[in-house]
Design a protein around this ligand. Structure first.
Ligand SMILES: Cc1ncc(COP(=O)(O)O)c(C=O)c1O
Length: 347
């Protein structure tokens, strides 16, 4: 991980912080050095669990720089956040509203809306979020429990490359805003979540392009007093990192040439099983390029990272740089098959 690139990206986001404060979704990369580097630039943190809270607290970050965008949280996490002074939580169910009323009484609550994730490579809309009518009813319900309905949140899906996804999400959120107003609830807070892309794909909208698009739409669709915030994860850290792997084997099979690395789906490249793409850079080879199926080290057939990759033919033992390597790599890695979890090295 390159500190300068991390800081540069953080500053790119922070340039919009006066209109839309930025909270880094720490799950993308929880390395202490990475968190510290981003914290130093003044960014806040979005967290979902007690261990994440402990990591952030070790940096001396206070409640005003912490949010949680996760709609389902453990009671212990809610209590810990509340006792620290966090007074704003996300939910999308009656059960969560009850939990919040019990462990964080009187808090402001934000409803997670289900929005179209088709512009993203790693959709996040299956598990969380509700439609507009259900959202309005849940806001009214929260009020009966003594909570203060404050706003709406959504996630357009991770690695979202379609600007139009933000338009669709904001239009839906504005419908909820209007329905809530008609039911006597004045919403103020609009959390646009994450989804800002990294260079997994060749063409991605830039951070300024996304913010300008969002600001334009917010100006058109929402009242003037709307308070914005964003929770980018991937875009802050992915491009600042390369995953350094080593070739452990090659094989010529009926369906073509296979290359086996010491890093795979289970120990760093988990997102490869979705629609997230990486590029592979041999560090020594001068051989002609060939087409490869690239796979990880485990004995599991699921452990295939990419197909149809054009790359110079490397030798066993040669280092291959995998880019972008800074987001959802080490954070997702397991010890399956006894593999080591790749270490984060900040330079
Ligand atoms: C609630 C919430 N906010 C923010 C993020 C960060 O998303 P991304 O890394 O796509 O920016 C996530 C990712 O899972 C999330 O669940």
């Amino acid at each position: 991980m390159d500190r300068d690139l991390l800081r540069e990206k953080a500053r790119e986001f922070q340039a919009f912080a006066s209109r839309c404060p930025v909270f880094y979704a720490a799950k993308a990369n929880t390395d202490a050095g990475v968190l510290e580097c981003l914290g130093d630039v003044g960014i806040g943190f979005e967290i979902s669990t007690e261990p994440e809270l402990r990591m952030i607290r070790r940096l001396g970050i206070g409640a005003e720089r912490i949010v949680s965008g996760n709609p389902i949280k453990s009671p212990g996490f809610i209590k810990a956040m509340h006792s620290l002074g966090v007074r704003r939580f996300v939910y999308d169910s009656a059960t969560e509203a009850h939990k919040l009323a019990k462990h964080a009484p009187g808090s402001e609550v934000m409803l997670r809306l289900s929005v179209d994730n088709s512009g993203s490579s790693w959709p996040l809309d299956d598990k969380y979020g509700v439609g507009v009518e259900c959202a309005r009813d849940l806001l009214l319900f929260a009020r009966t429990l003594g909570l203060a309905p404050a706003g709406v949140t959504f996630h357009v899906g991770s690695q979202c490359v379609e600007l139009d996804s933000w338009r669709k999400a904001l239009e839906l959120a504005s419908r909820l805003w209007e329905q809530a107003a008609a039911a006597g609830i004045h919403l103020r807070v609009l959390n646009i979540g994450g989804g800002f892309p990294a260079h997994h794909d060749s063409v991605i909208p830039s951070v300024p392009a996304i913010f300008e698009h969002v600001f334009h739409l917010v100006h058109r669709l929402f009242p003037q007093d709307v308070e914005l915030l964003a929770e980018p994860g991937r875009a802050l850290v992915a491009d600042a990192g390369v995953l350094v792997s080593t070739v452990i084997g090659k094989a010529r099979r009926e369906d073509g040439d296979w290359l086996y690395l010491d890093v795979g789906v289970f120990n760093g490249l988990m997102e490869a099983v979705g629609n997230v793409h990486y590029s592979f850079w041999p560090t020594m080879s001068k051989m002609p390029a060939k087409e490869w199926t690239v796979a990880g080290p485990s004995c599991d057939s699921f452990d295939v990272i990419a197909k149809g990759v054009s790359m110079r033919e490397p030798e066993v033992g040669e280092r291959i740089l995998v880019f972008p390597g800074g987001a959802y790599t080490t954070a997702y890695a397991s010890r399956f098959n006894g593999s080591a979890i790749p270490k984060v090295v900040l330079t």
